[in-house]
Ligand binder design. Structure first.
Ligand SMILES: CCCCCCCCCCCCCCCC(=O)SCCNC(=O)CCNC(=O)[C@H](O)C(C)(C)COP(=O)(O)OP(=O)(O)OC[C@H]1O[C@@H](n2cnc3c(N)ncnc32)[C@H](O)[C@@H]1OP(=O)(O)O
Length: 480
C-alpha cells in the first residue's frame, strides 16, 4: 500500500490511493470553491478585459458625438479613485491631525477617511448614464411636461473652452430639476451631481453612483470629512469633470430663491489655478407650472421643519391616480417646465471688490444671474395677479397679465409665447382642477388652501417685478 510512515509519531499515512467518502454538501462546497478560484484566476481577467474593451468602444463612440468628451478622471476605476483620494497629501495630513486630536491610532483615523472616500466617490458607468439615465430622463420630462428653453445664448455657450471644467449652478425647485437638466444637457456630456444624504439608501445609492453623482453630508462639521470631500471636488474639477450643484442646498419651500451655501463653491475657488484649467460656472434657472411636490414643500414651510417624509400610502395613491388618469387618457400634463441658461461666469476673469470675500462674491453673482433668467410661466404670473387683486374678473386678469408680459418681454426676460388669454385660461383651468381657486359669475379668488399654493408659485417670479429689493438682498445673503 502506498503511503508515508512517520515513525517518530507512530503514524502511517497510506492514504494517497485510499477512497475518501464525504457528505454531498461538502463535496458541492469544494467544487464550488474550486470553480470560483479557477474563474477568478483564469476566466475573470479575460472576461473583465472583454467588458473593459467593450466599454472603451462605447465611450469612444459616445465621445465622437458629445460636445464635451467624458474625461478620463470620470472613467477611473472607483477603487483607484478611492486610493488616490486617501493617499492625497492634504488628506493624509488631516488623518494625522484627526488621530492626534482624538487620541486614536493613525490607522483607525485612516480607516475613517477610507469610509468617507467610499461614501463620496461615484462609480460612473457611461453605458448606464447614456443608455438608461438620459433616456429615462427624456421620457419622464417629456411625458410630464411641455418643455421650453428660456434664455439660451447658444453662441455664448458654444464658445466655452472645451478644456474648461463646466459647473452648472442651478436653483432647486423640484426633484424633476436634475431629470430635466440631465435630459437637456445629454448632448453636451455627462453631469456629475452633488447629492445630499437623503439619497443614501439602497437601492437608490448605487444607482445614483452609477450616474456619476457624488454624495455629500450636510451639517458635518468634522474636519477630516470636509477635507476628504474638498479634495474629491478639487480633483474632479482639475480632472475636467462637468458638474451640477444646487447652491441653495435643498428644495425651495416657499418658491423664493434661498441664500447660497458656499462650501462646494469654496472648494473649487480655493484650488483654482488658471494655468492648469479654466473653471466656468453656468447659471441655470428652472421654473414650473406645477412642482410635483408643491404641497409637501408648502407643508414643510408652514411647519417650520425641513422634513419631507410623505407616507408610502400617499405616494402609492398618487402614482395609482396618475396611472389611472393616463390609462383613461385624461392626463393633460403638468403644464410647462422651462429651463434658462444665464451668463456664464469664468473664474479667471472674475474679480471681487477689494474688501469682498471671493467665494461670497461669486456665490452672489451666480444667484443674481439665476434670478435674472428665471423663466416666467403661466401659472406663476396668473397666481401673482390673482393674489394681487383678488377677487378679480377674468377679463381684468387677462389684461393685467398681458401688461406684465409686455413689460417683461421688453426687458428680454424669458416669457411664454402664447397669447395672454390662452395662457390665463390654461392656468385657471389647472388651478381650478386642484380646487385652488373659485370662480363665480363675476370674479376669481383663491380658496383657503389655494392661498399658500398660489403664493408659492407667485414667489418664484416676484423678483422680476417692482418690489424685488427685499427678497433679492435675501438671495445674496450668506446662508446661515
Ligand atoms: C430618472 C433619470 C435620472 C437621470 C439623472 C440622474 C442623475 C443622478 C441623480 C442626481 C440627484 C441629484 C439630486 C441633488 C439634490 C440635492 O441633494 S441638493 C442638496 C445637496 N447639495 C448641496 O447642498 C450643494 C450646496 N451645499 C454646499 O456647498 C454646502 O456648503 C456643503 C459643502 C454641502 C456643506 O453643507 P453644510 O454642512 O450645511 O455647511 P454650510 O454652512 O453650507 O457650509 C460650510 C462651508 O462653507 C464655507 N463657507 C461659508 N461661508 C464662506 C465664505 N464666505 N467664503 C468661503 N467659504 C465659506 C465654510 O468654510 C464651510 O466649509 P468647510 O470648512 O466646512 O469645508
Amino acid at each position: 500500500m502506498a503511503g508515508f510512515t512517520f515513525r517518530r509519531f507512530g503514524v502511517t499515512f497510506s492514504f494517497m490511493t485510499q477512497t475518501v467518502s464525504l457528505p454531498l454538501w461538502a463535496f458541492i462546497l469544494i467544487i464550488l470553491f474550486a470553480a470560483v478560484t479557477f474563474a477568478s484566476h483564469f476566466l475573470f481577467p479575460s472576461v473583465r478585459w472583454f467588458f473593459r474593451k467593450r466599454a472603451e468602444r462605447v465611450i469612444a463612440r459616445l465621445n465622437e458625438r458629445l460636445q464635451r468628451p467624458i474625461e478620463p478622471f470620470k472613467l477611473a476605476r472607483r477603487y483607484d479613485m478611492i486610493q488616490r483620494l486617501i493617499y492625497d497629501p492634504v488628506v493624509t495630513e488631516a488623518i494625522v491631525e484627526h488621530a492626534r486630536k482624538e487620541g486614536i491610532p493613525e490607522n483607525v483615523a485612516f480607516e475613517k477617511a477610507r469610509r468617507y472616500a467610499r461614501e463620496i466617490v461615484p462609480s460612473f458607468s457611461a453605458t448606464a448614464y447614456f443608455t438608461i439615465g438620459t433616456r429615462l430622463a427624456r421620457w419622464l420630462s417629456k411625458s410630464l411636461y411641455r418643455i421650453k428653453l428660456g434664455s439660451f445664448d447658444r453662441k455664448r455657450l458654444n464658445e466655452i473652452d472645451p478644456d474648461a471644467t463646466v459647473v452648472f449652478v442651478m436653483n432647486h425647485r423640484s426633484n424633476m430639476d436634475y431629470v430635466l437638466v440631465t435630459y437637456l444637457a445629454a448632448r453636451a456630456g455627462a453631469l456629475s451631481y452633488a447629492v445630499g444624504e437623503w439619497a443614501r439608501v439602497w437601492p437608490l445609492a448605487p444607482l445614483i453612483r452609477m450616474m456619476g453623482a457624488y454624495f455629500i453630508r450636510r451639517k458635518s462639521r468634522g474636519n477630516l470629512y470636509r477635507k476628504v470631500l474638498a479634495r474629491y471636488v478639487q480633483m474632479a474639477t482639475r480632472g475636467g469633470v462637468s458638474q451640477a450643484v444646487f447652491p441653495e442646498g435643498g428644495l425651495s419651500l416657499n418658491g423664493f430663491l434661498a441664500p447660497p451655501r458656499m462650501g462646494l463653491l469654496n472648494y473649487i475657488v480655493e484650488d483654482f489655478d488658471a494655468e492648469r484649467r479654466e473653471v466656468i460656472f453656468v447659471p441655470v434657472a428652472i421654473n414650473y407650472d406645477r412642482v410635483l411636490e408643491d404641497s409637501i414643500l408648502i407643508a414643510a414651510d408652514q411647519s417650520g421643519t425641513r422634513r419631507f417624509r410623505p407616507s408610502w400610502g400617499s405616494v402609492v395613491k398618487k402614482v395609482l391616480r396618475h396611472l389611472w388618469l393616463r390609462v383613461t387618457r385624461r392626463f393633460r400634463g403638468f403644464g410647462t417646465a422651462s429651463v434658462s441658461f444665464g451668463e456664464p461666469l469664468e473664474l479667471s476673469k472674475f474679480h471681487a471688490k477689494i474688501d469682498e470675500d471671493l467665494t461670497e462674491a461669486i456665490a452672489k453673482a451666480l444667484m443674481q444671474r439665476i434670478a435674472d433668467v428665471t423663466p416666467v410661466l403661466g401659472v406663476p404670473i396668473v397666481a401673482r395677479n390673482i393674489l394681487k387683486s383678488s377677487p378679480i374678473a377674468r377679463d381684468d386678469l387677462i389684461n393685467c397679465v398681458a401688461q406684465e408680459l409686455e413689460e417683461l418681454t421688453k426687458r428680454r426676460l424669458p416669457c411664454p409665447r402664447r397669447k395672454p388669454d390662452e395662457l390665463v385660461n390654461d392656468a385657471l383651468s389647472r388651478l381650478r382642477g386642484r380646487q385652488l381657486i373659485i370662480e363665480d359669475d363675476s370674479a376669481i379668488s383663491p380658496t383657503d388652501r389655494g392661498q399658500a399654493v398660489l403664493a408659492f408659485y407667485a414667489n418664484s417670479i416676484a423678483h422680476h417685478f417692482d418690489a424685488p429689493a427685499a427678497k433679492l438682498s435675501e438671495i445674496s445673503a450668506v446662508a446661515e
